[in-house]
Design a protein around this ligand. Structure first.
Ligand code: EPU
Length: 425
C-alpha cells in the first residue's frame, strides 16, 4: 500500500484549481441509468470512487468511455444496453455510494438487487430511509443473503418524510420519483449543493422537480427522460481542505474554479480563526497572518458546517491559541483521526460526540495511519504543519476523494511525496 511522506513546515504559496465534486459526480453517474442515449459529462474528477462507480455501471451493461475536446475531458455514458440490475457485494463493500443505483433502477425497470452496505469507519450508516421511501412508492422489498431485492411495477408518487435529512437518501428517492406515476413529496429533504445539482440535471433531462435547495422537494413523475450534456460542480470539500491547509502551515493560496457560495459556513468559521479570505464566487485568496484563534464548531446538514471538513478543522484547532470544542452531530464515530493527531502531539480529548481541543505550540512528526477519506486529509494537513517528516500509511483512502492531491500541494511549495507500495519493504 502506498504511503505519503511529508516534510513539514514549508509554507504554501501559489494557485490551486479545484476539481469536480466526487459527491456530485456519483449521483449524476447513477442518473445516467434513467434513460438510454449518450450523456456527455464534463469535470468528472479522476478518482478511485468514480472508477468504482463506472465499473458498476459497466457491470450493468452500460457503455462508458472518455474523450477529449478543446482540452476538456468528457465521460460519455450510454445505458441503452442496460442488461443487469445487481450491485454486487464486492463493489458496494468498496464504496457505499453504490446504493445510488437503487433509485434509478427501480424507476426505469422496476427491479434491483443491491448488496446491503455494512457499517463503515465513520458510523453505522443505515439506509433504512432509502428503503422506507421506496416501500411507500409501492416497491416490494426483501433482504436475502445480504442483498436487498426490490421489485415494483411503475412506482407511484408518495409523501415521504426523512426523520433526518439524508444526502444520498434524497438523491435516491428523487431518482426513483422522476418516472413514477403521480407526485412525490420529500419532506425534511437534504439541501446540499450536490442534491441541487442532481435535481437540476434531472430537470434538464425532462423531470419536473420543484423546491430544490429547500427542505420540501416536489417531484411530478413524467413518462420519459432524455440524455443531456452536464458539467459537474466544483468540490467544496476539496476547496475547504486547501483553505485549511493555509491555516495549518501558512502562507497564501489562491483557490480557483470554486463556488464560494457553497462554502459560506466554512469561510465564516475560518475568518473567525483569523484567516483572511477575500475574492468572489469563482476565485478566492486565503492568507494566514498571525496565530490562529480557537473557535467552536458543530457539524450540521447543509448549509451548516460540513461533517466532511470536521477532521481538517480539528488540525487548525490543535494549533490554535486556546480551547475549542468540536461537536459531530452527523456521524457517531467520526473521531478516528483523534488518536492519530495525538501521535503528532495534539492535545485532544473526546467526550461523547464532542472533541475538546487545547491548542499546542506546534506538532511533531510521527508515522500515522489513515482511517477514512477525510481523516486522511486531516493527517496531510497535520503533516504539513508538523516539525520533521511525517509518513502516512493507507493513503488509498485519499485516492478515493482527492484528485492529484500531492501534485497540487507540491506545486504550491509543500514537500510531499508518494512512496509506491513496491518501494516499501
Ligand atoms: N441516515 C439514517 N438512515 C438512512 C440514511 C442516513 O439514519 O437511511 C443517517 C446517517 O446515519 C447519518 C445521517 O443520516 O447520521 C446523514 O447521512 P447521509 O445519508 O446524509 O450520508 P450519506 O448520504 O451516506 C453523504 C456523503 C458523505 C457525507 C454525508 C453527510 C456521498 C456519496 N456521501 O453520505 O460523504 O459525509 O453525505 O454530508 O454523497 C465523504 O465524501 O467523505 C463522505 C462520507
Amino acid at each position: 500500500m502506498d504511503q505519503l511522506v511529508i516534510e513539514g513546515r514549508h509554507p504554501l504559496k501559489g494557485t490551486i484549481r479545484i476539481s469536480g465534486a466526487k459527491n456530485a459526480a456519483l449521483p449524476i453517474l447513477a442518473a445516467t441509468l434513467l434513460t438510454g442515449g449518450t450523456f456527455r459529462l464534463q469535470n468528472i474528477p479522476r478518482l478511485v470512487d468514480i472508477r468504482t462507480f463506472t465499473d458498476l455501471l459497466i457491470d450493468l451493461g452500460v457503455t462508458v468511455d472518455y474523450s477529449t475536446d478543446n482540452d476538456s475531458d468528457f465521460l460519455n455514458i450510454d445505458s441503452s444496453g442496460l442488461s443487469d440490475h445487481e450491485a454486487p457485494y464486492d463493489l458496494v463493500r468498496k464504496m457505499r455510494a453504490s446504493i445510488l443505483v437503487l433509485g434509478p433502477l427501480m424507476s426505469r425497470i422496476g427491479k434491483a438487487r443491491v448488496s446491503l452496505p455494512g457499517g463503515c469507519a465513520i458510523g453505522a450508516r443505515p439506509i433504512n430511509l432509502h428503503l422506507k421511501g421506496l416501500e411507500l412508492m409501492g416497491a416490494k422489498l426483501r433482504l436475502k443473503e445480504g442483498y436487498i431485492e426490490a421489485k415494483a411495477g411503475r412506482l407511484k408518487g408518495a409523501h415521504i418524510y426523512f426523520d433526518t435529512p439524508s444526502v444520498t437518501g434524497t438523491e435516491n428517492l428523487m431518482m426513483a420519483a422522476v418516472l413514477a406515476k403521480g407526485t412525490t413529496v420529500l419532506g425534511n429533504a437534504a439541501r446540499e449543493p450536490e442534491v441541487i445539482a442532481l435535481g437540476q440535471m434531472l430537470n434538464q433531462m425532462g423531470s419536473k422537480i420543484k423546491g430544490l435547495g429547500s427542505n420540501t422537494i416536489k417531484i411530478e413523475g413524467v413518462k420519459k427522460l432524455r440524455p443531456v450534456d452536464w458539467k459537474i460542480i466544483p468540490d467544496r470539500i476539496e476547496a475547504g481542505t486547501y483553505m485549511m491547509a493555509v491555516g495549518a502551515v501558512g502562507e497564501e493560496l489562491i483557490i480557483e474554479d470554486i463556488l464560494a457560495d457553497h462554502l459560506e459556513a466554512v469561510i465564516s468559521k475560518l475568518r473567525s480563526t483569523g484567516l483572511q479570505i477575500e475574492g468572489d464566487n469563482a476565485r478566492i485568496s486565503v492568507r494566514k497572518k498571525g496565530a490562529l484563534h480557537s473557535v467552536d464548531v458543530t457539524t450540521l446538514p447543509y448549509p451548516g458546517f460540513p461533517t466532511d471538513l470536521q477532521a481538517q478543522i480539528m488540525v487548525l484547532m490543535a494549533l490554535a491559541g486556546g480551547l475549542s470544542v468540536i461537536t459531530e452531530t452527523i456521524f457517531e464515530n467520526r473521531f478516528m483521526h483523534v488518536a492519530e493527531l495525538r501521535r503528532l502531539g495534539a492535545d485532544i480529548k473526546v467526550e461523547g460526540r464532542s472533541a475538546i481541543i487545547k491548542g499546542v505550540k506546534g506538532l511533531n512528526s510521527a508515522p500515522v495511519m489513515a482511517t477514512d477519506l477525510r481523516a486522511s486529509a486531516s493527517l496531510v494537513l497535520a503533516g504539513l504543519a508538523a516539525k520533521g517528516t511525517t509518513t502516512i500509511s493507507r493513503v488509498y483512502h485519499l485516492d478515493r476523494g482527492y484528485e492529484h492531491l500531492e501534485q497540487k500541494l507540491a506545486a504550491v511549495g509543500a514537500r510531499i511525496k508518494r512512496k509506491k507500495a513496491y518501494l516499501i519493504r
